[in-house]
Design a protein around this ligand. Structure first.
Ligand code: PHE
Length: 448
């Protein structure tokens, strides 16, 4: 069989890795643009509620199942199962998780590749290589292919080094860098003309925008942002020592994720209005704030350009932030299929990483060459259907199928007085009934 399982060396290492997985493009891009499109602070309020009431309980289900089983999602769910039916469902869900994690990585690597290209662009400009710069920011298939390959290669390099030397080491290095870059950028942007208008748009709620659609977007955003449903948090939990309190660590991860999403809003929305002040159009023809790729790839770069030479450095800081955020998330996605290949097929980590990394890169390539048809479709299948439905299965396993005494014993590890806590009084019932119902209700709305 394969080498002994990897493990995080410390509480802090796990925290940085799990927060690194959670904090990604979803926080710095997805959250602020969702806020912009959905009535500013009204969305923020709904999101905060959902993050703690829905996403945190599901995160706890994943972390505890993972740490208990010390296996990947397929083996973990099969291990908890009590009969042939639950074992069958567990197997399907486990493979579903691996598939959805791989699909998410396949489009995520394309977007992250854009970030790497845009990071290279100011360097090209500083060296006067204007043709290269134009290629880097032009939207060509060759550019997309090249930079997806570079980003996928980086992700594979880290995962090939293992849990402690790869995931933990890079996450503990990159996460503090991310926070510093983010704060520096905010400090800079808030002093530019127009920034205050952006703050207003961000922080003053427009509750007339509250709608079922908003709720749904907020739920999808919360699930994506906390990396739920696909076995990422489950596998990170499986590398966690039994001496840590799971409810506490889970709450910290949620707080960091929500905190950074909120903080990123303090950068992105003011930056949009600074761009407007500098003459860039930030509303589409339909009168909506530009939110999709146009925001990060056109509106913000246009603003950097108006800032002269210092704009190059601001652009470098901004896209470095985006690349770092993407990388600490992409490694957690790749770890899902890699852990499965190591544990179930008995492969060594390096060949397993190479194999799964290349398979996923092949999927990215298919998307790149059929961008119009596939890009949006894969995102929607993975994040609107895959993640919530798998989330329901995880809740059902934690709440209904897993033996209650075993669950309690697992949570007592690292938290001996758990039975006396509010957490234990609420969570088991909550994850059993409220979570699946809430997710299904929201899901039914999308489908209908
Ligand atoms: N949480 C990451 C983000 O916000 C995305 C992600 C989804 C990571 C699923 C892992 C698994 O960008």
């Amino acid at each position: 069989m394969s080498a002994p399982r990897g493990q995080f060396s410390s509480n802090f290492g796990f925290l940085m890795a799990a927060a690194g997985s959670a904090v990604g493009l979803g926080n710095i891009w997805g959250f602020p643009t969702n806020v912009a499109a959905n009535g500013g602070a009204a969305f923020v309020v709904v999101y905060l509620l959902l993050a703690f009431m829905l996403a945190y309980p599901v995160l706890m289900a994943e972390l505890s199942i993972g740490r208990y089983a010390r296996r990947n999602m397929v083996q973990a769910l099969r291990g908890i199962a009590t009969g042939p039916v639950s074992r069958g469902v567990g197997t399907i869900a486990g493979f579903g998780g691996i598939l959805v994690a791989s699909l998410i990585l396949s489009f995520y690597a394309i977007v992250a590749g854009w970030m790497v290209a845009h990071l290279a662009d100011p360097f090209a400009n500083l060296f006067g290589a204007s043709e290269t710069a134009a290629w880097l920011t032009g939207d060509s298939t060759a550019r997309n292919f090249t930079f997806t390959a570079i980003f996928s290669g980086l992700t594979m390099l880290i995962i090939a080094s293992g849990v402690e030397k790869g995931i933990e080491r890079w996450s503990t290095l990159l996460m503090p860098a991310l926070i510093i870059l983010l704060l520096m950028l905010i400090a800079y942007v808030l002093f530019q003309p127009g920034a205050m208008k952006g703050l207003e748009a961000y922080l003053i709620p427009d509750f007339s925008k509250l709608s079922p659609q908003l709720l749904l977007s907020a739920m999808g955003q919360a699930f994506f942002s906390l990396s739920l449903g696909v076995g990422t948090m489950l596998i990170y939990g499986s590398y966690l020592s039994k001496q840590e309190s799971l409810p506490r660590l889970g709450a910290l991860v949620t707080l960091i994720d929500v905190g950074i999403a909120f903080t990123a809003g303090l950068l992105i929305l003011p930056a949009m209005y600074v761009a407007q002040e500098a003459g860039t159009q930030i509303y589409s023809e339909a009168g909506e704030l530009i939110a999709g790729p146009g925001l990060i790839l056109q509106v913000l770069p246009a603003m950097f350009e108006t800032m002269g030479t210092s704009g190059h450095f601001v652009a470098i800081a901004f896209f470095a932030l985006m690349v770092i955020a993407s990388l600490t998330s992409s490694i957690s996605m790749l770890e899902v299929p890699v852990a499965f290949t190591i544990e179930n097929l008995g492969m060594k980590r390096r060949p397993a990483t190479l194999m799964m990394g290349l398979v996923i890169f092949a999927i990215s390539t298919v998307i790149i060459f059929n961008f119009e048809a596939l890009f949006g479709l894969v995102i929607s299948i993975a994040t609107e259907y895959g993640q919530p439905l798998l989330g329901v299965v995880l809740c059902v396993f934690a709440g209904w199928i897993w033996n209650r005494d075993q669950l309690l014993m697992e949570l007592k590890e690292g938290h001996p007085d758990i039975e006396q806590t509010v957490f234990w009084k609420i969570w088991p019932w909550y994850v059993r009934i409220a979570c699946p119902l809430l997710i299904l209700a929201a899901f039914a709305q999308t489908v209908l």
